[in-house]
Design a protein around this ligand. Structure first.
Ligand code: HEM
Length: 492
């Protein structure tokens, strides 16, 4: 990794300090730490507006520049806010796990409240902790297992619509698949036009996203007749209407005494936490809270997996040797010719290489490509002092392409995800689902959806990329292909 600043010596974790407000370390009064300021840009970011690495809508360029120029920790300022970019697994662990109580979600995430309200992604403790407790049983591994057959059935229905020689946009097709899976398994609803509309509204919102979240104090402007904001408001209102209908129907079915079908929304609505309200009842979610959570889970749950799948199909199409090995595994586990059958839950543990393919694809194209936190008190990362109110960012995309941890990083090689290879790397070199107490609640669901969708479709079809150049990435909330990803279908 090129760096003009030598990597500072690591400080043993057991004595990692939390600075006092004066900046001196307090965890061990006998140990003094250098309390360095991270290296970085001298001026505020707009000063560099004409540099090739500063491009609105392409934050990856800036992060790549910081890593290349300053090493694994670098700072800059934007509108008075100190921002620190880190690319060191130990520092990331400090932020997400060891010193997580000194951080909250950073402001860009907070601005997502205009879309997601006080849902699991945007809220902070103690509210977040209560919501997470209520939602946790619905995401329990055993519950998720029950969705396996439905995932396979939905993917199998999609593969039946494919025709030999047909060219499809696999990004759009993966979105449809994943939306259908989330709608049926998590919300027990048919994919009506209403639900399909979610896709259109999300696309509109994503197009406006960078504009909306780059706006300081966006909450105060949401009522103004600014064209972008009006369009956003209309899309959001239509999304809310769909979700409100789902909640109403579920509540009405429960009131009629109909047994719930074990879907996530029923569980969310039925769950209560340990606290009692004024009349001594265990409290559950209000309709408004439920709407924020449903929207959060809808968006977090379908857009991410869909992008992960689209990139996987692209990578497989470029690496016939990996594709051949994947087919070998599928044929061995699921049979061939007349004996071939669809995957079942019992096959899941056998589909190891399929899982490795999905994992490696999320290394190169992590659907959640960056994360951030804001410090609520002064903290130290190694020998560096981070002041209160600093935004600390780290990127799955940048880390996943760091040759220090992934030699020959652009090579697509699922062997990097054998049990042994994974154990040989520090934990926070690969964190597609985040970590610590805010780790993705849908991780088990996402793995199952990814593995079963790949297995079901690749069992019957090969996809060949039709673009003349590699697809461009678009780093919005998720890492999307910028243009339609056209693939030709050939039966196997
Ligand atoms: C490949 C697919 C997915 C990826 C890469 C992904 C990634 C992530 C990441 C990185 C976070 C942590 C964000 C942070 O700490 O700032 C997160 C949180 C979350 N994810 Fe996922 N996710 C995926 C699929 C899902 C699915 C399928 C669901 C639901 C069905 C889901 C629901 C959530 C929720 C509710 C949170 C917030 C958790 C909390 O803060 O308590 N995600 N996800």
């Amino acid at each position: 990794m090129p760096s003009s600043t030598p990597t500072p010596p690591k400080i043993p974790k057991a004595v990692c300090p939390v600075s006092s407000p004066s900046g001196t370390s307090t965890s061990d009064p006998h140990v003094q730490f250098p309390n360095l300021t991270p290296p970085g840009l001298k001026h505020s970011l707009p000063f560099y507006a004409f540099k090739p690495w500063v491009k609105l809508g392409s934050p990856i360029l800036l992060f790549e520049h910081l890593l290349k120029t300053y090493g694994n920790i670098a700072q800059y300022r934007f509108m008075g806010t100190p921002i620190v970019f880190i690319n060191d697994p130990e520092y990331i662990r400090e932020v997400l796990v060891t010193q997580s109580s000194s951080f909250v979600k950073e402001r860009t995430v907070k601005r997502m409240k205009v879309l997601l309200g006080e849902g699991l992604i945007t809220s902070d403790d103690p509210f977040h902790l209560r919501q997470r407790r209520i939602a946790a049983p619905a995401f329990h591994r055993q519950r998720i297992a029950a969705y396996g057959d439905q995932i396979v059935a939905i993917a199998a229905t999609q593969r039946e619509t494919f025709r030999p020689g047909q060219t499809i946009d696999i990004a759009a097709s993966s979105m449809r698949l994943s939306l259908e899976i989330v709608a049926r398994t998590l919300f027990d609803t048919e994919v009506t036009d209403d639900i399909r509309r979610i896709n259109d509204e999300v696309n509109t919102i994503m197009d406006l996203y960078n504009f909306i979240v780059a706006f300081p104090r966006i909450e105060s402007f949401m009522h103004l007749p600014i064209p972008g904001i009006m369009k956003f408001r209309r899309s959001k209102a239509r999304l809310d209407a769909v979700v409100d209908r789902l909640i109403r129907e579920h509540r009405e079915a429960a009131a009629r005494g109909e047994p719930d079908k074990g879907d996530l929304l029923s569980m969310l609505l039925a769950s209560t936490d340990d606290q009692l309200d004024a009349s001594g009842h265990h409290t559950g979610m209000s309709d408004e809270q439920a709407r924020d959570e449903v929207l959060t889970i809808f968006l977090a749950g379908y857009e991410t997996v869909a992008n992960g799948l689209a990139w996987t199909w692209y990578l497989l199409s470029q690496h016939p040797e990996v594709e051949a090995r994947l087919h070998t595994e599928l044929d061995a586990v699921l049979g061939t010719g007349c004996d071939a059958r669809l995957p079942t839950l019992a096959d899941y543990p056998q589909l190891r290489y399929t899982e490795q393919v999905f994992a490696e694809s999320m290394r190169l194209y992590p659907p959640a490509w960056a994360m951030g936190r804001m410090s609520t008190r002064p903290v130290n990362l190694g020998p560096y002092s981070i002041p209160t109110g600093a935004h600390v960012f780290f990127s799955q995309y940048i880390m996943g392409r760091d040759p220090k941890y992934f030699p020959d990083p652009l090579r697509f090689d699922p062997e990097r995800f054998t049990t042994e290879a994974k154990a040989a790397r520090p934990k926070f070199t690969y964190f597609p689902f985040g970590g610590g107490n805010r780790q993705c609640i849908g991780e088990s669901f996402a793995w199952m959806e990814g593995v079963f969708s790949i297995a079901t479709i690749a069992q019957r079809w090969r996809l060949t990329y039709q673009g003349a150049t590699p697809p461009e990435v678009q780093a919005k909330i998720t890492l999307r292909p910028k243009h339609p990803m056209m693939m030709q279908l050939e039966p196997r």
